[in-house]
Every structure is written in structure tokens, then in C-alpha cells.
Design a protein around this ligand. Sequence first.
Ligand SMILES: [Zn+2]
Length: 291
Amino acid sequence: MMQNGMVKTLIYEKQVRLFYMDNTRLVNEILQLSNGTDKIQKVVLAKTISAVSLMSATLKGSQRISVQITMTNPNYKVFADADANGNVRGYLNEGLRHASSGFMRNVSLENLIGEKGTIRVIKGSAMNQFTGITDMPYRNINDDFSHFFAQSEQTQTFIGTDLIFNEKDEQLLVSQGIFAQLLPGASPHLIGEIKNIYRNNQPFFNSLGKCNESKVEEKLSEFFPDVKYMESSSVQFYCGCSKEMFYGMLYSLEEDEIRQSIKNQESIETGCQICGRTYRFTIHELQALLS
Ligand SMILES: [Zn+2]
């Protein structure tokens, strides 16, 4: 069984690279941190995380990818980023996380994104960074990422993802996706063909993650000609935050505030909004900060 696994293949006589990923565990871990949100918020976050998880498989070395989706209402944003080792994290901004439940319970994904949604992608390493911004004409995230690749990278790419929740929409049972990209010289119609196969066979792709990684190649061959297995990799939830990073935030607090805490014999606690980890600074540490 693939847990947080990705299988990379070539199909159609090496005209297309196709990745299949099951990231159910990773997405579940992140969704648990945004407890209390409605299904639509979970869906937006999960779909963004899945797209970024798939795109992490295209990175090399020290490259990172970071994505920001801004809805037509600019108070609503989703962030996700990943590195070449498949370390992925993501979160909803305060505005989207705490949006009125009355509105969130009734809004569709299409209407939440609205007519003026944008995707911003920053990709590369510290020395060589690329930023692309595109609109979201499809208003469903997946096809908007495909649109991003066509506009920004001039590649024909299909990103498909799917989610299955339990009946009460509390637990995510399956999260999977595919990334298909035409290689130079490929027949352009293949991307539409792959899209149709993916869309028309959701039960197959939803259950593919239950196979061993070694079986995925054989299974994919039922739908795609000439599948060549390349390699397997993993994706996982990982936030690289540290206590040291939060020292900087404390510095920016009013000096008076820190003095007050010392005077009241209170430690200061600050939390990472991405992974939920909390960091406590003792009075001793606060004193050291001021000296
Ligand atoms: Zn963190």
C-alpha cells in the first residue's frame, strides 16, 4: 500500500511523463490543524496541497516551490509550499480560516474562487527564482494549475486530483492525484486523452493507492500504452520552523511588552500558524533578549 507515495512513469512511448500520487496521510495531517472549518475550506486547502505535492516531483536539488492562491475576495488566501524531497506544508490565511460559517456552508468552489482569482507560483532556488502569476479561468484549482503551466511555462500539463470524505465530511478517506506533462515532440492531443481517462475512471484512481508501488505500473498499463516505471518517491507533511526563527518575531515585539512579561514573571508563547507547533520563551530567555 502506498502511503504518502509517488510513482513516476513515462507513457505513450516516452512522449509523456506521468506521476501518480496518494497523499491521503499528508493531507489528513494538515487538515487536522484547521479543525472547525467547513468542508469547502478543507477542499480548497486539500486541492492546493495536492497540486503542490505533485509539482514537488518536478523539483531538483535545493529548489522549492511556493504557491499562493488569492480568491476574488482578497481576504481569502491559501498558501502551500514544498521542496524537492517532497516535504510539503500548507495553510489557509486567517481571513479564510475564520470566514463566516454561514457563507462557507453554502458557497461552491467556483463561487468562492470567483472571477478574479489568481495563482502565484514562486519556483527555484535562492540564486535563481522564477515568479509566475496567472488568473483562474476554470475556477476549480486543478484546471487552473494546468492553465498556469500553459501560460507561464509553455508546457501542456494536466493536474488531476480527487478527494473522498466520509459521510459526515469529517474524515478524509482518500486523496490522490496525477501529474501528466507532454515532453518535447509529443502529440498535443495526448493531454486531452489523459484527462478523459482520469476523469472517467475515478474509482480506479482512488483505489490505486491501495496497491503496492511495484503494482502501480502494471495497473496503469490497463489504461495507458507503454508504461515505463522510472522511480518512486515520497511526499510528507513537514514544517521546517524552529524556535530560533521565532526569536526574530519577539525582537519585533515592543520592548515594553517583553519587560512587562519579565516583571509579571510570565513566559511568552508563540505559535507557528503553519504546523501548529508552539514555542515558549522563558523569563530567562526574555531577559537574555534584552541584555
Ligand atoms: Zn511550523
